[in-house]
Structures are given as structure tokens and as C-alpha cells.
Design a binder for this molecule. Structure first.
Ligand code: C2E
Ligand code: CA
Ligand code: CA
Length: 396
């Protein structure tokens, strides 16, 4: 039988490590007990702790890689499980930068109090990076919270064009932050930060109400239209998990005052996280009168079974399939297959990110229902979006 390299067994009185040794491993005591000594072997030797099964020893030096500041001796037959540098580093890198910063701060404070020194210790490169990242994130999150209160968030609306006749069929509401200090901030910068906290739920609530109001105003301006306008709005993972989503969607629908159709855009990976809970939530939202669009379709793990269970109203085909449409036959085949799925499930289709007349022509030929892309329009402020409710778009 080969000995387990991750276990250390010590007889009573044996030394695990000495003061001054390199801090290359930590241990969890599986059985037995150890004593921790400072100044071992000198006249002033003092026992500073006794640790028993379940406790951790040697972690300080592993965290900051400084030499051991105490000597550890087994008090009886003791078995310890080893935590190696590599193992610790893997977990450390994956940890939240805020937690890393707090851990290092706590350790530094502890070290200076034990050593009774009042000197500022070296700040390692990783710690400086963590500090910068945490500061930037905290500042952005705090500013964003204020932005919400100060009404600095705004929705822009990107027209979604009907392939059949080139009319404006609806819009996607896309959030922007009009910051007095930072200028117009795109969602790719601040939404991921908001998603790391409950702030996204508050932002999502605001966006749903704002979208409902905008849908009512756009629809009133387009009263001569035969088909109702639709407005799609993005929903994040944390919003789906939040207990207030149903109320927030109900508030959005109330703000639309029965005008048009409000669609919630949710990515398939979010819905796939917990299909049972997702299905129940989607059914509640649909019973309120909201519709469901699967965003970025084809980029995640597309299970046909979940399409059957969720019964969405619309598939939004990701831009990545359109980008190389002219040069790559594979992209065209993927689009064709997606259209086949949508037809089979009787779903509307929107193709995103169309930038050239050639791409639009191919999307037209493949039989998709709607196009959204810079070819027709970038996202517009509300007044400009209202101005194009009755516009006929041409692909040139
Ligand atoms: P998304 O949901 O995939 O939104 C489409 C993004 O593609 C938008 O970027 C849009 O401006 C851009 N786009 C549209 N047509 C074209 C095109 O032809 N070419 C190219 N290159 N891009 C095009 P935007 O507005 O920067 O939004 C980025 C992402 O931020 C969105 O991706 C969405 O995930 C998120 N987001 C935006 N608004 C909200 C919101 O209110 N709530 C949440 N949770 N997320 C939002
Ligand atoms: Ca979207
Ligand atoms: Ca999308």
C-alpha cells in the first residue's frame, strides 16, 4: 500500500514545522492534537495554543508566504491532512476579490499585532490588483445606486423590422447610463457589476416600468397601425431568482396600459440553470400577459426539450451566426436549422446583428420573421424611436 502523500502522521512530541521554516503548506488536523510554541528551544519559550481535530494549522504562512512564526509539535499521535500551495492558490484565484482583500487585510493586522510592530507591510502585486479591482467595482456599484435614485438611467430603443414588409414591428429596450462624470456608459460596462449584487433587481424593476410606459407612448403615437407594436426587455438571472419579479412584471404591464405587447428576453443558459423553477416562473409571467423571447438563441446549451416545456413566443438568433453569413456556409446551415426548429415549435424569430444588405437578403430568403441590426438602425432615444413607428425600412 502506498502512503497517502496528502496525509502526515506524527508521533507524540514530533515537530510539524519550526519557526523560520518556509510557509509552503497548511494542515487540517484529522485526529490527535498539536501544541503551538513561540521561541521554542529558548529560555523564553511560550506555548501559545493547543489545537485539536478539525482545526487548521499553518494557514497564515501559506496565505502570505512568509516564514513560519511559531513551532508546532504533536501532543499525541496526530494525523494531519495537507493543503498544498497549488491547491490553495487555485481556490484563492477563484475567490471574490473582496473576500481576498479582506482575508489579506485581516492577516496583516493580525501579524502586526502579534509582532507588536507598527510598520506598514509590503503590499504584494496581487493584493494591489485586488484592491484596485475592488475599489473600482465598489465605486461603480455605489455610483450606479445613486444613478438609479438620480434618474440617470435611460432606455434606448432599437427598431425590430418585419422582414415581410419592412415596417417597424417593435423595439428592444436597451439600457444606458447617462452619467454626469463618466458620460454615456454602455450596459456591457455596468450591467455585469449590477448583476453581482441585488442592485440588478432594482435596475430591472426600474427598466420594466420604464419600458411599459414607453410602449404605451409609442403605441399611442402609432395608433393608425393595424398590428400592435411589441417591446422586448432584457431580464437577468438574479431577477428570475428574485421574489419580486412577478410584481415587477405586473407593474411593467400596468404601465403599458394594455398597449402593445411586452416581451421578456431571457437567455437560454439562465432558463436552463433550473428548468423546473424556470418553467414555473415563465408560466406565471405568461399568465400575467407577458410574452417570452429566448435571447442569444443557439449560443448556449440548446435543449429542444426545454423549448417544449417553456413554450416561448419568440427565438432571438444570436449575432454570431450572422457575422460570417456571407463567407461561411456553416453559419447559413445553422440559421437554416434554427429556422426549422422555430417553425416546428411555431415560434416567431428575430435575427440580431444584421449589418449588411447581403445578410438581410439571406435572412429574408431563409424565411425569418424579423431583423434587428445596425443595417436599419442603432438603438434610439425614445423621441427618435417614436418618429419611426410608421417607417418602412429598406435594406440599403
Ligand atoms: P443583447 O441583449 O444581446 O442586446 C443586443 C446588443 O447588440 C445591444 O448592445 C445592441 O446595441 C447590439 N446590436 C444590435 N444590432 C447590432 C448590430 O447590427 N451590430 C452589432 N455589432 N451590435 C448590434 P447594447 O445596447 O450595448 O447591450 C449589450 C447587452 O447589455 C445586451 O445584449 C444585454 O445583455 C445587456 N442589456 C442591455 N439593456 C439591458 C437591460 O435593461 N437589462 C439587462 N439585464 N441587460 C441589459
Ligand atoms: Ca437582448
Ligand atoms: Ca441578444
Amino acid at each position: 500500500m502506498t502512503a497517502d502523500p496528502h496525509l502526515v502522521t506524527l508521533d507524540s512530541g514530533a515537530c510539524l514545522f519550526k519557526e523560520g521554516d518556509p510557509g509552503d503548506r497548511a494542515f487540517i488536523i484529522e485526529s490527535g492534537a498539536v501544541e503551538v510554541w513561540r521561541g521554542a528551544g529558548t529560555a523564553g519559550a511560550a506555548r501559545i495554543a493547543q489545537l485539536v481535530a478539525g482545526e487548521v494549522i499553518g494557514e497564515m504562512a501559506l496565505i502570505d508566504r512568509l516564514p513560519r512564526t511559531a513551532t508546532v509539535v504533536a501532543r499525541e499521535q496526530t494525523c494531519l491532512r495537507v493543503i498544498t500551495c497549488d491547491h490553495y492558490d487555485q481556490h484563492y484565484r477563484q475567490a471574490d476579490p473582496l473576500i481576498r482583500l479582506m482575508l489579506r487585510g485581516l492577516l496583516q493586522r493580525h501579524r502586526s499585532s502579534v509582532a507588536a510592530r507598527d510598520e506598514t507591510s509590503d503590499v504584494s502585486e496581487t493584493m494591489q490588483l485586488d484592491r484596485d479591482q475592488v475599489m473600482q467595482r465598489l465605486r461603480m456599484e455605489q455610483d450606479l445606486r445613486q444613478a438609479l435614485a438620480r434618474d440617470e438611467l435611460v432606455l434606448h430603443f432599437q427598431p425590430i423590422v418585419a422582414v415581410r414588409d419592412g415596417t417597424t414591428a417593435g423595439y428592444e429596450a436597451l439600457i444606458r447610463w447617462r452619467s454626469p462624470e463618466r458620460g454615456m456608459v454602455p450596459p456591457g460596462v455596468f450591467i455585469p457589476i449590477a448583476e453581482q449584487s441585488e442592485l440588478i433587481v432594482d435596475i430591472g424593476r426600474w427598466a420594466l416600468r420604464a419600458a411599459g410606459g414607453a410602449l404605451a407612448r409609442c403605441s399611442r403615437a402609432a395608433s393608425a397601425r393595424s398590428a400592435p407594436l411589441f417591446l422586448t426587455i432584457n431580464v437577468s438571472g438574479r431577477q428570475i431568482d428574485s421574489v419580486t419579479l412577478v410584481d415587477d412584471v405586473a407593474a411593467g404591464l400596468a404601465a403599458s396600459a394594455g398597449h402593445g405587447r411586452l416581451k421578456l428576453e431571457i437567455t437560454e443558459s439562465l432558463l436552463m440553470k433550473d428548468v423546473t423553477a424556470g418553467t414555473a416562473m415563465v408560466q406565471r409571467l405568461k399568465s400575467l400577459g407577458a410574452q417570452l423571447a429566448i435571447d442569444d438563441f443557439g449560443t448556449g446549451y440548446s435543449s429542444l426539450n426545454y423549448l417544449h416545456r417553456l413554450q416561448p413566443d419568440c427565438l432571438k438568433v444570436d449575432r454570431s451566426f450572422v457575422k460570417d453569413l456571407e463567407s461561411d456556409a456553416g453559419s447559413s446551415r445553422v440559421l437554416q436549422a434554427i429556422k426549422g426548429i422555430a417553425t416546428g415549435f411555431d415560434l416567431e424569430t428575430v435575427v440580431e446583428g444584421v449589418e449588411t444588405p447581403e445578410q438581410a437578403a439571406r435572412v429574408h430568403d431563409l424565411g425569418f420573421d424579423y431583423i434587428q441590426g445596425y443595417l436599419y438602425s442603432r438603438p434610439l432615444p425614445e423621441a427618435d424611436a417614436i418618429a419611426v413607428t410608421s417607417r418602412k425600412w429598406t435594406a440599403s
